[in-house]
Design a protein around this ligand. Structure first.
Ligand code: F3S
Length: 390
């Protein structure tokens, strides 16, 4: 691989052991995937933050690399952690878990990483532009950045995104290259998508059908940014889709000649919703996967205003979005109804099982997949008005 003189210095250890180790990771990846060089990145987003996900081995790795002098060179955000840093006691997160989680966050902070823990960095400060190279590792954020913003990132793992953040570059292969940003599956959408949960269901269907292909949607009307974020998250969870196009909506539209074609109509929507959703009384209604935007929080606040909820309600979001919701009075409205606006974490990476929760309702295709796996029971699936106001 061709390296710049600075990248070569990193590899030879002239900029410290942590930079050398990180550059070795990037070079190894580059060799595996046939990259010819590194491409500079403007930001990184690192997954593997919750103690529930990475455990003691992950914590030790982070502490070691932080002590070895690792420092990031580009703005870097974290994926959701295992708890809300300010409300964990009130939300009944076990203290032993919280202690470990705080140690993980301290190790990241030592490396110069922002304390923002979110899967929606593009809503709270890092919003890459068309053609910008980045190294992100949360699958829903990868999908949004590639598809809705037209930025370029591969599906990084936590360690490779961290290595890229430390070196300020990533191997130039995969979705960084024009030739790989081509759709090879046309999805003809022949049904009206009524709400967020329909977008999640279509994402689940397309994710499963794509089997590694890149979908291009034709015929979607009324796709807001919030709906696209839900669609991409679901596609990434039910398949492994990191890039999609939507005719007239996404900044890129590049479809291969002779691409396979499938239809997503009323029948497919119904079947997918049946597959995703179960019944029964949930212990928690979980909104905000990916992390809720301010307008999604506003929608929940409007729906619960003046009510007393019989079921625990969490609206998960980024800290900065929560601060905006606090200012707008949405948090207070939700709290008065008995719910919580929860920052820094989400329903999947916090220790819900340890908190005695075994059944959930949600409006997200991605959360439906993960919570069903977690609880071994299908979630109650629907839009906010169906699951919150039931
Ligand atoms: Fe984000 Fe957690 Fe969903 S990381 S995409 S809210 S599973």
């Amino acid at each position: 691989m061709q390296l710049s003189s600075e990248q070569q210095s990193m590899l030879e250890g002239e900029l410290g052991g942590a930079a050398r180790q990180s550059m070795e990771i990037l070079c190894a990846l580059g060799r595996i995937y046939g990259a010819r060089n590194m491409v500079p990145i403007t930001s990184a987003q690192v997954a593997g933050v919750s103690y529930k996900t990475i455990g003691d081995a992950g914590l030790e790795y982070l502490q070691d690399i932080a002590s070895a002098g690792a420092r990031v060179r580009v703005p870097t955000f974290l994926n959701p952690a295992g708890m809300d840093r300010e409300q964990w006691q009130a939300l009944k997160v076990p203290p032993a878990f919280a202690k470990k989680q705080l140690e993980i966050l301290a190790a990241f902070a030592k490396m110069g990483i922002s304390s923002t823990c979110t899967c929606t960095p593009y809503l709270v400060g890092i919003r890459p532009k068309l053609g910008e190279h980045i190294a992100w590792s949360e699958s829903s954020a990868i999908s949004f950045a590639n598809s809705v913003l037209g930025a370029r990132t591969n599906r990084e793992g936590g360690p490779s995104a961290l290595a890229a953040a430390i070196c300020g570059c990533t191997p130039n292969y995969g979705l960084h290259l024009d030739e790989n940003r081509v759709a090879n599956l046309r999805v003809l959408v022949d049904v009206e998508l009524k709400g967020m949960s329909d977008y999640g269901a279509m994402g689940a269907y397309a994710g499963e059908a794509a089997k590694g292909k890149t979908p291009a949607f034709i015929g979607v009307k009324g796709a807001t940014e919030d709906r696209l974020k839900s669609l991409g998250a679901s596609m990434a969870a039910w398949g492994s889709t990191a890039l999609y196009f939507m005719k007239g909506i996404t900044p890129e539209w590049n479809v291969a000649q002779g691409a396979e074609e499938i239809t997503f109509g009323a029948q497919e929507l119904r079947a997918m919703r049946e597959k995703m959703g179960g019944d029964g009384k949930p212990d928690i209604i979980a909104i905000g996967c990916p992390h809720a935007s301010l307008s999604e929080i506003e929608e929940v606040a409007e729906k619960v205003q003046g009510k007393k909820l019989a079921t625990k309600l969490w609206v998960c979001t980024a800290r900065k979005t929560k601060e905006a919701a606090d200012k707008a009075g949405f948090t207070r409205t939700i709290e008065q109804a008995g719910g919580n606006v929860v920052a820094d974490t989400c329903m999947v990476v916090c220790p819900l099982e340890e908190m005695g929760i075994t059944h959930a309702a949600c409006n997200s295709g991605k959360a439906a997949k993960y919570l069903t796996n977690m609880f071994k029971r299908k979630v109650v699936y629907g839009d906010v008005e169906d699951i919150v106001c039931k």
